[in-house]
Design a protein around this ligand. Structure first.
Ligand code: ZN
Length: 255
């Protein structure tokens, strides 16, 4: 969700708390508003939760200005997700000791990459789909691989053949571009404010770690590397440690 706050008087900084997440707003002079992106994980129970805002009113004239606080109750509704059965090569449901070693190393690689996030806002305007293709699987589907391994689909799948150009959904910095066991060739872009997008199963990288990318810039070619039933693009959205539904982000009209 996009959070937009208009303060009754100018403030120096605006932060918030939502479901235990610290949110830092960025001021947008064009809209005279403070903006931040936030979300709700699939594990959150339906109910009403408070969004707390705290504004720092200190200035050069009054360095000890009071903090203005505001609270709004937000309702989280129940959502149902489908369940599907899938077949993948056996090594992805019963990995060998060598594969398990690689999986453990990948976990460390990802944890390390996720530590270095930009606090400021790098994204500009609405997020654009990474490919122009129909959606083959939605977020949140309960999947059973080879009749045994259960996992929740944490992203959005686009039906594209191998070799299709994949574009960055918004501006940001590439914090990971390397092959991983389950993800295959994987690119992760940091858009600031705790928001990341992940592009999985690529056949080719067109960016490297540390690159700054613009919205629409090609970052790789689609493929079927890693745990994939065939060539497709898996797009994931991660915000402050939780996976969010990419379709919701792609629909938001953003400043
Ligand atoms: Zn997927």
């Amino acid at each position: 969700m996009l959070l937009r706050a208009i303060t009754p008087k100018p403030v120096r900084a605006l932060t918030g708390n939502w479901l235990g997440h610290e949110i830092t707003f960025t001021f947008d002079p064009t809209h005279k508003s403070w903006f931040a992106l936030a979300g709700v994980s699939q594990e959150t129970k339906p109910g009403t939760y408070p969004l707390e805002l705290h504004a720092d009113t200190s200035s050069v004239q009054s360095p000890a200005g009071p903090t203005i606080s505001f609270e709004k109750q937000i309702r989280v509704e129940h959502q149902r997700y489908p369940r599907v059965l899938l077949k993948v090569p056996a090594r992805y449901t019963a990995p060998s000791p060598e594969d398990q070693h690689e999986i453990e190393q990948d976990k460390e690689t990802k944890a390390e990459a996720f530590k270095t996030l930009s606090p400021g806002r790098e994204w500009q305007g609405s997020f654009a789909p990474p490919v122009n293709a129909e959606i083959s699987d939605v977020f949140g589907v309960e999947r059973v691989f080879n009749g045994t391994v259960q996992s929740t689909h944490q992203g959005l799948d686009f039906r594209v053949p191998s070799g299709t150009s994949v574009a960055a959904v918004n501006s940001g910095r590439v914090i990971l571009a390397r092959p991983l066991f389950f993800e295959g060739n994987c690119v992760v872009i940091d858009h600031g404010q705790g928001l990341l997008t992940l592009y999985l199963h690529l056949s080719k990288f067109l960016v490297k770690e540390g690159d700054d990318v613009k919205k629409g810039q090609p970052i790789g070619l689609s493929g079927g590397t890693g745990r994939a039933t065939g060539p497709h693009l898996h797009l994931a959205v991660r915000w402050q440690g939780v996976y969010l539904d990419p379709q919701v982000l792609l629909k938001l009209s953003l400043p």
